[in-house]
Design a protein around this ligand. Structure first.
Ligand SMILES: *[C@@H]1O[C@H](CO)[C@@H](O)[C@H](O)[C@H]1NC(C)=O
Ligand SMILES: *[C@@H]1O[C@H](CO)[C@@H](O)[C@H](O)[C@H]1NC(C)=O
Ligand SMILES: *[C@@H]1O[C@H](CO)[C@@H](O)[C@H](O)[C@H]1NC(C)=O
Length: 169
């Protein structure tokens, strides 16, 4: 435990600022995109999984969007989801709130990990039962800077009759 907490600090102290400024580390984004003080710029995979699980529960299951976004996401996170017209928490909350209202969400699976370059991502796969939009099969992908959610993509489809008895879920 001591090691996991100390190691990032020691590494940080040992790295020259030119290395820290390299985009690979994504740390400058932690500040420029406005990560909240409830997050930190370095994290383990386990910590990121915990963050994504809490975020998914607060936003999609409990519909407490303000708390979920403002606790875990950068104020100006980069958004690629087509149903949300711009970047940042304010527009995401304003758009997703009405989509989720009165409906339910069944989380299918949540995971977090790193790609070949060491960049951290996490995925939330869920069944959305929306009063407004019907039943959907949705996968949301987040990129992390430490424990902070900084970039988002999603892929979504409506749920239709299928000859496959285990279609979608
Ligand atoms: C969102 O952020 C990205 C990355 O900084 C930028 O390229 C894009 O133009 C921004 N979108 C809007 C609508 O400002
Ligand atoms: C890793 O970084 C290199 C150089 O920036 C890039 O070309 C490559 O696509 C990245 N690989 C992945 C898996 O993101
Ligand atoms: C889907 O299947 C249900 C049950 O068999 C049926 O009632 C419904 O009409 C079907 N819907 C479509 C769009 O084919």
């Amino acid at each position: 435990m001591l090691c996991t907490m100390l190691l990032p600090t020691l590494l940080l102290a040992a790295l020259p600022s030119t290395v820290l400024a390299h985009p690979r580390y994504h740390n400058s984004e932690y500040y420029t995109l406005g990560c909240p003080p409830t997050t930190k710029p370095f994290a383990s995979q386990h910590e990121q999984l915990t963050v994504l699980t809490n975020f998914a529960t607060e936003v999609f299951v409990q519909h407490n969007l303000d708390q979920g976004y403002n606790t875990y996401a950068a104020k100006n996170f980069i958004n690629h989801a087509p149903e949300i017209s711009g970047n940042g928490t304010a527009i995401a909350i304003a758009t997703q709130g009405p989509m989720l209202k009165g409906g339910t969400t069944e989380i299918q699976r949540i995971f977090a990990g790193r790609d070949a370059n060491g960049t951290s991502y996490g995925t939330i796969h869920f069944k959305g039962i929306s009063l407004k939009l019907g039943v959907g099969d949705i996968a949301g992908i987040w990129r992390f800077a430490g424990t902070c959610l900084v970039e988002y993509w999603d892929v979504a489809t409506g749920v239709y009759n299928s000859t496959n008895p285990i279609a979608y879920f």
